[in-house]
Design a protein around this ligand. Structure first.
Ligand code: NAP
Length: 288
């Protein structure tokens, strides 16, 4: 069994991005510029945005966090979005989700200029991605592809079983892995799937993205399978200082010995997501 080390892969990709930015700047170019819009004071969102700001600086990007109060109206946020769309110094930006309840998230996503939509959530990018056209691919599926690529994990002709059909993880990763170049035969499972354990047991590659802690057990996993655990669930813990710990969707201790490769939680898919955002911002600077 080989552990897929997301921190190592993320560090390697960060290094590559920083080198490219260095070359760009040395040639007299402007560094890529990423803006994050944060509405309200949700603690988790502040942490995510803080990480994005820190990593932007590490790779040599210009970055800015636009902090707006919880009371911001939809019209005010749309005006900010229009301003960022028009700002030629801004290559890409994200509007951190979730937004306060009085704002329609989909309305905001659709107002973002698709050429600056480095989160890859705009329907134009989702559609282009689904058609295999150049697009901003959202962070989690892109991060999973980077892990498979880094470890040279064979995918052609493999049966990949994805558990979860969300627009942010399950559906896009299933679509991408079925495309030419990745060439998997893909099955998507969800909460209405019949005989789910038997279906998962057919997977050469299993991607667990359902958000149910330790759902995937050893009896569901074929000997030698590659297991990518996307799930993150915070559970109470008496053994950690914080009083909680993170669990994945896979019962790691019993599943790992059966796998050829497996991602841990934390330290697997998680570290990849911010670096994928950096990749997209660099792509936005160059032009899709
Ligand atoms: P989501 O929107 O809640 O979707 C969950 C999917 O799993 C749904 O399609 C649901 O089926 C399916 N599902 C739920 N219970 C199931 C069950 N018992 N059997 C089979 N399928 C079941 O979640 P998400 O946004 O995709 O996220 C999934 C997990 O990944 C969460 O733990 C989230 O925190 C984590 N995540 C991690 C990262 C990272 O950076 N590592 C990034 C994004 C998400 P239905 O469609 O039938 O309801």
């Amino acid at each position: 069994m080989k552990l897929i080390d997301g921190k190592e892969v993320a560090a390697a990709l960060r290094k590559g991005i920083a080198a490219e930015v260095g070359t760009m700047v040395a040639a007299g170019g402007r560094p890529p510029c990423l803006v994050a819009v944060l509405v309200g004071d949700d603690g988790a969102s502040q942490t995510y945005v803080g990480n994005k700001e820190k990593m932007s600086a590490e790779v040599g990007f210009r970055s800015q966090v636009l902090r707006l109060p919880d009371s911001t109206t939809q019209e005010e946020l749309l005006a900010e979005v229009a301003r960022l769309n028009a700002d030629t110094e801004v290559d890409g930006y994200i509007v951190q989700m979730p937004l306060p309840r009085h704002i329609d998230e989909q309305r905001i996503i659709e107002a973002i200029d698709p050429r600056k939509d480095v989160d890859g959530f705009h329907p134009e990018n989702v559609g282009r991605m689904a058609m295999g056209l150049p697009a901003f691919v959202s962070a989690t599926p892109d991060g999973i592809l980077s892990l498979l690529r880094y470890y040279n994990i064979p995918t052609a002709g493999k049966h990949c079983v994805v558990i979860g059909r969300s627009n942010t993880v399950g559906r896009p990763i299933a679509n991408l892995l079925s495309q030419k170049g990745w060439d998997c035969t893909v099955t998507i499972c969800h909460s209405r799937t019949a005989n789910l354990p038997q279906v998962v047991a057919q997977g050469d590659i299993v991607i667990a993205a359902l958000g149910r802690a330790e759902f995937v057990t050893a009896d569901m996993v074929k000997e030698g399978a590659v297991v990518i655990d996307v799930g993150i669930t915070r559970v109470a813990s008496e053994t950690t200082k914080s009083g909680w710990r993170l669990l994945g969707d896979v019962k790691f201790d019993e599943v790992a010995p059966r796998c050829s490769y497996i991602t841990p939680v934390p330290g697997g898919v998680g570290p990849m997501t911010v670096v994928s955002l950096m990749k997209n911002t660099l792509k936005a600077r160059r032009g899709l």
